[in-house]
Design a binder for this molecule. Structure first.
Ligand SMILES: Nc1ncnc2c1ncn2[C@@H]1O[C@H](COP(=O)(O)OP(=O)(O)OP(=O)(O)O)[C@@H](O)[C@H]1O
Ligand SMILES: [Mg+2]
Length: 354
């Protein structure tokens, strides 16, 4: 029986098994993730309790049961108990002469999830292309820049009049500024230094930094899943990524920092696909703020380098955060409307996957 359970849980399609009264007899791990519930909570419950507005769903089940014929429907929209809507392909198969209590097996495949996967892949591809261009450009800028700076330093030593040093100082200062910019454009340049870490320690560290930066004005609510295990990640880099995301929320809320609220949420998710890879266990982090939202015209390219909505922004914060999450084998997503901007990242927790 345990082997069958393991088999069920290793399937990436959501499986719901129902008895003749449409009561839930089994729900595999992918089904639990998709329907945002646990098996313990729904065993013995009626299938209608899984979703809201369940008339249509129940009709499909009853139809398959009474006709004893398999049924397939594509792109069906289900509203979960949480209010979240998912689009799924559904296959319902009646079991005629089984010995067990199963009378119906329902297979659920999230359609949105598949679209998201292809989006993730193209986002990653676009990011790699722009990185390659930036690397080439950075090389072309940094070499002559070193020469300009060195020459200005030599010139400063030879100046007949000390007052002229003001000009060489400008050259040196601006050359340094440009070099820093190019370095930031290049993003994280070192290999990840991974160690098993508690993600909440990282989140708490950034929470303290942001609280201090806001002069104690912003309200940060924590909704952590304490059962998350340690998993391998690069502490300094992840701090940088989370800091970039949270600092944006702060900057978007300014000057009304006292009205700024940020929610930090952590969850574990089973059988989850990041990029094109299916992971047994991933850590999901949401960073949600109640600010004005990302301007609609920025949204399609918000992760691209040098895209900014701020007069003094360099537009690198999110691009760097995205690179760091990618280096961890994860994915970063964003969803924004006025009053709620949500950044979600997924990090594989399975050591074998990392
Ligand atoms: N939480 C948020 N709320 C509203 N707008 C946001 C939020 N996060 C990002 N943005 C918008 O996205 C833009 C890009 O963000 P990003 O962090 O990449 O660059 P930046 O903040 O402009 O500059 P940098 O981070 O390099 O200093 C921001 O300028 C801002 O307009
Ligand atoms: Mg930023």
């Amino acid at each position: 029986m345990r082997q069958i359970r393991e088999l069920l849980d290793s399937i990436s399609t959501g499986i719901v098994a129902l008895d003749a009264n449409l009561q839930i007899v089994a729900l595999n791990a992918a089904g639990q993730a998709l329907l945002e519930t646990s098996e313990a909570r729904c065993i013995g419950q009626h299938a209608g309790s899984l979703i809201l507005h369940s008339a249509d769903w129940l009709q499909r089940l009853r139809h398959a049961l009474s006709n004893n014929t398999p049924q397939a429907s594509r792109g069906v929209s289900l509203v979960l108990v949480s209010g979240q809507e998912v689009r799924v392909d559904i296959i319902i198969t009646p079991i005629l002469d089984g010995e067990g209590p199963f009378r119906l097996v329902v297979e659920l495949t999230a359609v949105d999830r598949l679209l998201k996967i292809s989006r993730d892949e193209s986002a990653q591809h676009a990011q790699e292309t722009s990185r390659a261009i930036i690397r080439g450009l950075a090389h072309e800028i940094k070499n002559p820049l070193g020469g300009v700076r060195g020459a200005a330093q030599l010139l400063a030593k030879e100046l007949p009049n000390a007052a002229l040093a003001e000009y060489t100082d400008v050259i040196i200062r601006e050359a340094d500024r440009l070099r820093d910019l190019v370095d930031r454009l290049l993003g994280p340049n070192r290999q990840l230094d991974v160690q098993p870490l508690n993600i909440h320690e990282i989140m708490e560290h950034v929470r303290n930094l942001i609280t201090a930066e806001s002069g104690n004005q912003v309200v940060i609510t924590r909704d952590y899943d304490p059962s998350l295990p340690e998993f391998p990640c690069d502490r300094a880099q992840l701090i940088q990524a989370v800091l970039n995301i949270m600092r944006n929320a702060l900057q978007a809320a300014a000057p009304n920092l006292d009205q700024c609220e940020i929610i930090l949420r952590s969850r574990s998710q089973r059988q989850f696909t990041v990029g094109a890879k299916l992971h047994r266990l991933v850590c999901r982090i949401d960073i949600i703020d109640n600010g004005p939202g990302i301007p609609a015209d920025l949204m399609p390219a918000v992760f691209a380098p040098m895209v900014t909505g701020r007069a003094d922004g360099t537009g690198l914060g999110l691009s760097i955060a995205q690179s760091i999450i990618y280096l961890h084998g994860g994915a970063l997503e964003c969803d924004s409307r006025p009053g709620e901007t949500r950044f979600t990242f997924y990090l594989p927790m399975d050591t074998r996957d990392a």
